[in-house]
Design a protein around this ligand. Sequence first.
Ligand SMILES: NC(=O)c1ccc[n+]([C@@H]2O[C@H](COP(=O)([O-])OP(=O)(O)OC[C@H]3O[C@@H](n4cnc5c(N)ncnc54)[C@H](OP(=O)(O)O)[C@@H]3O)[C@@H](O)[C@H]2O)c1
Length: 309
Amino acid sequence: MKAAYIENYGGSDQFKIGELPMPEIGAKDVLIEVHAASINPVDWKIRQGYLKTMISYQMPLVLGWDVAGTVSAVGSEVSNFKVGDGVFSRPNIMRQGAYAEYVAVDADLVVAKPAKLSFEQAAALPLVAHTAWEVMFEIMDLKANARIFVGAGSGGVGTVAIQLAKSHGAYVVTSTSSKNLEWVKALGADEVIDYTAQNPNDTVRGMDFILDAVGGEQQAQMYQMLKPGGMLVSITSQPNEAQAKAAGMRSAYVFMQPNGERLKKIAQAVEAGQLMPVIDSVFSLEQTKQAHDHAETGHVKGKVIIKVK
Ligand SMILES: NC(=O)c1ccc[n+]([C@@H]2O[C@H](COP(=O)([O-])OP(=O)(O)OC[C@H]3O[C@@H](n4cnc5c(N)ncnc54)[C@H](OP(=O)(O)O)[C@@H]3O)[C@@H](O)[C@H]2O)c1
């Protein structure tokens, strides 16, 4: 099969486009013919070798842990999918990814693609929607009228978190740069802070929750935005727990764990009109290097897609 793969960690010039053996499927796997994959920051972080002490991959490595496509074969113990079904998934990050014509995925991570989404749109959702859902509805237990600050509202996670929080009746404050203020508001944000003009830590107050998708030095000052007893959940780095406690706040770091049940709820939210993916740009498999260079700028609007078929 044709794939974009790396043989060594490093820059985007490590990508090779060529033939790799077809993935072997186990009894509980689904073989997906990939129509589209999407890029997440974890892809280029893995490519650069940042996670090599945590996960040991076999080279050649196919990156890409967001996929939409059609079922091409099923393992002997898989009964809920058949060849030809349209599906989407956030595959297990310990396995080979989806910048390829085929990917083998654990069947319990695969869900029917929402009919109203194209394959490119469906590939834009799983990883970021899993993350926003797990943080807001499983960790924070976000309820109607709660006030939440979502950092980086124009990014992959932010665009989805804003829509899901609004559809649950929350009050959403977010941050982005000047060029994105209006369309982020159109996604549903109640207030948008231009982070190039103001530091949200200095102006936002009275939040019940913060979803930190920016991290960095500013994280330490984020508690100022919270009400007493409020909660900071970061997806970028472990917050300082002692500091949170001293300020009378709660904090957590989440590294998202996918599961099919949650992805079904995400698909239902799409069908109910509560959630639509935001696509920044679409590249071909041959343009994977350029797609990574673009995503790695950290200034994309929503998701960068690799269209394979
Ligand atoms: N722990 C987990 O399970 C998990 C899961 C998903 C993602 N993550 C992490 O979460 C982070 C965000 O992921 P993502 O997919 O949303 O990234 P992304 O799509 O690459 O985010 C890009 C967006 O960030 C905005 N941005 C950049 N600097 C900003 C700042 N200082 N303040 C506000 N917005 C800023 C940019 O807006 P402008 O163009 O306007 O600057 C751009 O729209 C990454 O570090 C990623 O690795 C972790």
